[in-house]
Design a protein around this ligand. Structure first.
Ligand SMILES: Cc1ncc(COP(=O)(O)O)c(C=O)c1O
Length: 419
């Protein structure tokens, strides 16, 4: 179907400037700190921008130590390796620290959350998702512990900037003596009420990670950070991330190393972005609220959160189509097919319509247990909430440079999809 000639969309003009899902927003200060690095010749993996960025984020998130790394994925890898060593001891140079061990993981997330379990030779067991926040379901986690009581590690992500049910999950982890790796890549600046006290996501797990990749709430163009309260872990991550050099006069190695440290140029961009984090969150919140109001007459709901327990950073606004309003829509491994039905629509149709008028958007995360590399039953799998969210859900254009007028047009396009 050609959307542009479909009479339902008559009168809509393509956006002159593409509206993105979520793109970098620079303010000017970033240039100042990058220039400073160049002018002072500190452009490598040491320098004032790295120090200041680590200090600012540790203070803001409320942890003792932050270590700047090349990516959130690098932070997750080293966090996973640290947890593996702490639980099971140091591995041989050619083996992962999790060999022979299972790890309970979020099912609805980006694969970067869970791939480090495989880098470390562990086996991910995916835990089903709850409907209140679209994050790891504590009941499914309990069920997984009943089946595999020996498991000692949980990797969980806060999806789209909405905190998961951390109080319950922390209690379950503690009851089993398990560690938590908190993947706060998408949720920087989001708050969660833990035992009556508001805390930042990224300060709740035993090992915590954030990302500054280009689509995140603030960006360094790339980059990530490892966060912890344990000095020995911060020191270890700093050492591993710079090729594991021992303090000898030559290159001496007792452990396998990685080239994962953050560059002082990237840190300059992040340093310039930090003062704008709250403004970005406000913009994203306004976007979420405009969608919520603008779509309320349609058979759809927005990505939910628990207002008593959490304040999201609203990184991505998402939408779930009511089952009764789903038009015919099938997905294979690499492609999908959809067709229109009056009064109904589908993620495929809505994303095609947005793309036709030069607006972004994305399908929700395809669950990890449906991915060919990880295909496996999910725990609490009879419900398989993640598969349902994937089928009926989509991420809406959530760029903080999108104007209210542009967003009105997007809301109008979505309405016309349901005609
Ligand atoms: C949930 C989640 N975890 C991890 C990552 C990986 O971060 P990075 O791209 O900085 O490696 C991302 C995003 O990219 C993410 O969304």
């Amino acid at each position: 179907m050609d959307i542009r000639t479909d009479p339902r969309f008559r009168g809509i003009k393509p956006f002159t400037n593409r509206v993105w899902l979520s793109s970098p927003t620079m303010h000017g200060d970033e240039q100042r700190w990058v220039d400073d690095a160049i002018a002072t010749n500190w452009v490598s993996t040491v320098g004032r921008n790295i120090d200041e960025t680590e200090k600012a984020l540790a203070e803001m998130i409320g942890v003792q130590y932050a270590v700047g790394l090349s990516a959130g994925t690098a932070a997750l890898h080293l966090a996973t390796k640290l947890a593996g060593e702490r639980l099971y001891g140091r591995a041989k140079p050619n083996a992962g620290t999790l060999a022979g061990h299972k790890v309970f993981c979020s099912d609805v997330t980006f694969d970067a959350s869970v791939n480090p379990v495989a880098y470390e030779d562990g086996e991910a067991v995916f835990i089903d998702t709850e409907r209140d926040t679209w994050n790891m379901d504590p009941d499914a986690l309990k069920e997984a512990f009943r089946r595999f009581p020996e498991v000692k590690l949980i990797v969980l992500a806060h999806l789209y900037g909405t905190p998961g049910k951390m109080e319950e999950i922390r209690a379950i982890a503690d009851a089993h003596g398990a560690l938590i790796i908190e993947d706060a890549a998408e949720s920087l600046g989001a708050l969660y009420r833990m035992k009556g006290r508001w805390v930042e996501t990224g300060a709740i797990g035993d090992y915590n990670c954030i990302s500054f990749n280009g689509n995140k709430i603030i960006t360094g163009s790339s980059g990530g950070m490892f966060l912890t309260d344990r000095k020995e872990d911060a020191d270890k991550v700093r050492k591993w991330s710079t090729q594991s050099r021992e303090p000898a006069p030559w290159y001496q190695h007792e452990e396998i190393g990685y080239n994962y440290r953050m560059s002082n140029l990237i840190a300059g961009v992040i340093r310039g972005q930090i003062p704008f984090l709250n403004a970005h969150i406000e913009q994203k919140k306004a976007i979420y609220e405009r969608y919520k109001a603008g779509l309320k007459d349609l058979p759809v709901t927005m990505n939910p959160f628990d207002a008593k327990k959490s304040i999201p950073n609203y990184w991505l606004s998402c939408m779930l189509i009511d089952e009764k309003a789903m038009a015919p829509h099938t997905r294979g491994e690499l492609e999908e097919k959809w067709s229109h039905a009056k009064g109904k629509s589908s993620p495929g149709e809505i994303l095609a319509a947005l793309a036709a008028f030069r607006a972004g958007g994305r399908r929700g995360w395809r669950t990890m247990h449906m991915q060919p590399i990880y295909r496996d039953p999910v725990f609490g799998g009879e419900k398989d909430v993640g598969a349902d969210l994937f089928r009926r859900g989509l991420c809406l254009p959530s760029d903080n440079k999108m104007t209210p007028e542009e967003q009105e047009i997007i809301i109008d396009i979505i309405h016309r999809c349901f005609r």
